[in-house]
Design a binder for this molecule. Structure first.
Ligand code: NAD
Length: 388
């Protein structure tokens, strides 16, 4: 059932039902956004994606929201229906992208085309038809912190001025061109600049979102179960897969990189506020993350191992992690951001939003989902391989 009444925005004004064109609606973030919109609001969605599996539960007929969501199986690279859908909508949200680190240095062309070239027509249609655009960028546009260039023993490394990432102040620091890892960040940066310029020169109404490691159910795929066995998903799915298989978790270059993790359901609340508060969100770029949930990747591996053992009842593995080089794991051209702590001043001020869920809790609900969704299938796949 849906809980839909009159909706009011942060300024107490009534929010009329909106028609949203969500591109990339079938992905991890898109699926949670569609759920939120169907379950808790009166807005309707034109859901565009090449895959619909993650929103299938919303599309089956007979739901109380069935007349508010339509799925369009469209590849935006080459489908003229996109223009018409944008024209029909009040607001466009673009999530479509190749956004898996394993692809950045191994498929740099696809990465650049997907994150820049394919996003271009979306921006242009929004300008031509005067549609508001919420575009998903990434925290990777910050690249490395200034502090990463300080000597290892410098006391300044502890000074937040050298690592906190601010939307309106921090520079974007990428490695050299041979480090193709930065193809993604650079393409996202250029589309951000283009959108900003469309705002400045042509009055495009836009909001840019920079997600900082949003985590939760339905993120990516488990290789060999609901995705290709040779593909490498993002770290949450990689570690989940290792844990379900009873394999050691692979730590790239010592697992020293630091990340902050935010629960997808907290983050979706921020996106809903952007949707319903255009006067507060337009023209802004927002960090969306949880600065209190910082872990090194090594600590993430330890936490996930502890939580998975609790959730599954499995004993703690004798060898929980192994070290691999980035060359072995990702191949040539890999590089990494050292640390990512979002400054929250702007989003707090504009949207009165703060993340809530501590990292242990978000990991517990996510790994419970992974275990109940995949553990049986992983076991079956492993026994089949053994039998062969
Ligand atoms: P995702 O891969 O789960 O979702 C992206 C969706 O876009 C997929 O369903 C994919 O099929 C679709 N898509 C890609 N190319 C398309 C095309 N040509 N035509 C139609 N559909 C296409 O990723 P996500 O985690 O949901 O990320 C969504 C957005 O947020 C991306 O732009 C990503 O760069 C950004 N982002 C996410 C995170 C995070 O923490 N999850 C962090 C930084 C940035």
């Amino acid at each position: 059932t849906t809980r839909v009444g009159v909706r009011r925005n942060l300024d107490g004004e009534q929010v009329r039902p909106l028609k949203l064109c969500i591109i990339g609606a079938g992905g991890f973030i898109g699926s949670h956004l569609c759920e939120k919109l169907m379950w808790d609001t009166h807005h309707s969605v034109l859901a565009v994606d090449v895959y619909g599996d993650k929103i299938q539960h919303l599309l089956s007929p007979g739901k109380s929201w069935s007349d508010r969501i339509e799925f369009y199986k469209i590849n935006i690279k080459h489908d003229s229906r996109l223009e018409g859908l944008i024209k029909l909508s009040d607001l466009v949200i673009n999530l479509a992208a190749i956004c898996t680190p394993a692809d950045y240095n191994t498929r740099p062309l696809d990465t650049i085309y997907s994150n820049f070239i394919d996003a271009l027509p979306v921006v242009q249609y929004c300008r031509v038809y005067h549609k508001r655009l919420i575009h998903f960028s990434t925290c990777e546009v910050y690249g490395k912190t200034i502090g990463s260039f300080l000597p290892a023993d410098s006391p300044l490394k502890k000074d937040p001025a050298y690592y906190i990432l601010k939307e309106d102040e921090s520079p974007c620091i990428f490695g050299p061109i041979e480090k193709q890892r930065w193809s993604y960040a650079c393409a996202k940066q250029l589309i951000e600049r283009l959108i900003y310029a469309e705002g400045a020169e042509n009055d495009l109404e836009f909001t840019i979102v920079r997600p900082f490691n949003w985590i939760g159910p339905r993120m990516d795929f488990i290789p060999g179960i609901d995705g290709p066995s040779e593909s490498v998903p993002r770290v949450l799915a990689c570690f989940s897969n290792n844990l379900m298989r009873g394999e050691p978790l692979k730590l790239v270059d010592g697992g020293q990189s630091q990340r902050t993790f935010v629960y997808i359901k907290d983050a979706i609340e921020a996106v809903l506020r952007m949707i319903e508060n255009p006067a507060r969100a337009n023209g802004h770029t927002f960090n969306v993350g949880n600065p209190h949930n910082e872990l090194t990747v090594r600590e993430l591996a330890e936490l996930m191992t502890d939580v998975y053992c609790k959730v599954s009842g499995n004993p703690r593995p004798a060898v929980p992690t192994i070290d691999v080089t980035s060359m072995e794991f990702y191949g040539q051209g890999y590089d990494d951001s050292d640390k990512r702590i979002p400054d929250m001043t702007i989003i707090k001020k504009q949207l009165e939003w703060e993340p809530k869920t501590p990292v242990y809790d978000l990991m517990e609900s996510t790994l419970t989902y992974q275990h109940t969704t995949y553990a049986q299938a992983v076991k079956k796949a492993m026994s089949k391989t053994l039998a062969n």
